[in-house]
Design a protein around this ligand. Structure first.
Ligand SMILES: C[S@@+](CC[C@H](N)C(=O)[O-])C[C@H]1O[C@@H](n2cnc3c(N)ncnc32)[C@H](O)[C@@H]1O
Length: 192
């Protein structure tokens, strides 16, 4: 098994928050699904929701280039091309667990087009690690997110990935119709 990117405590929180949005209209999206370890947990929690799809996005080329916003005092740890995994690895994991097929999109987030996204979203997990990746994910999710819907951003408190918190803080400043709470390393934003 590949190394887990999100702790068990954090996945418990993510699943709890997801369940709270399942009564809303819209689908579930994960930006930066990597090997799909959290994706299968999302799918498991959605299993009885036959009207909802799970949409997974990743370059499947690993991380993109960093920008200045991702730099830390300790230097640049995560490198371009790191965390590369095949989309088939993710699809296989779903089949093995007999979970409904997700929609898997192999693309850089910034290249996604309207038809690549659900028209309505109830829950989004943003885990693209870098400033530009999180910023782009927000721009794609916000116009489609239902009122009461939730966006969870990973790595908000990770000093090695400062771009994540920077993108969240900038988004919140520009969008007063969202409220944020923090839980473990997660930023949990709800739309009002
Ligand atoms: C930390 S991993 C995601 C871990 C996953 N959510 C999990 O729980 O196992 C980050 C992923 O984001 C993807 N990624 C980052 N920025 C991206 C971008 N701009 N476009 C597409 N994929 C991106 C990387 O390829 C990588 O697989």
């Amino acid at each position: 098994m590949k190394d887990l990117q999100i702790s068990t405590r954090e996945t418990d929180i993510i699943i709890e928050e997801l369940k709270n949005t399942l009564s809303l209209d819209g689908d579930v999206v994960e930006f930066g699904c990597y090997a799909g370890d959290t994706s299968v947990l999302l799918a498991e929690a959605m299993k009885t929701q036959h009207d909802k799809w799970l949409w997974l996005y990743d370059s499947f080329e690993g991380l993109p280039e960093k920008t200045a916003e991702d730099n830390t005092a300790a230097g640049w740890r995560f490198k371009k091309g790191e965390l590369k995994v095949d989309a088939e690895t993710v699809a296989h994991k779903f089949r093995k667990l007999q979970l409904p097929d997700p929609v898997i999109k192999k693309a850089w987030f910034q290249d996604l087009e309207d038809g690549d996204l659900p028209s309505q979203i109830c829950f989004a997990l943003l885990d693209g690690d870098f400033y530009a990746s999180i910023k782009t994910s927000f721009a794609l999710v916000d116009p489609r997110l239902e009122i009461g819907g939730i966006v969870i951003v990973h790595d908000y408190r990770n000093p090695e990935l400062p771009g994540s918190a920077k993108a969240v803080n900038e988004f919140l400043e520009a969008h007063p119709n969202y409220q944020m709470r923090l839980s473990s390393g997660l930023a949990i934003l709800q739309k009002y």
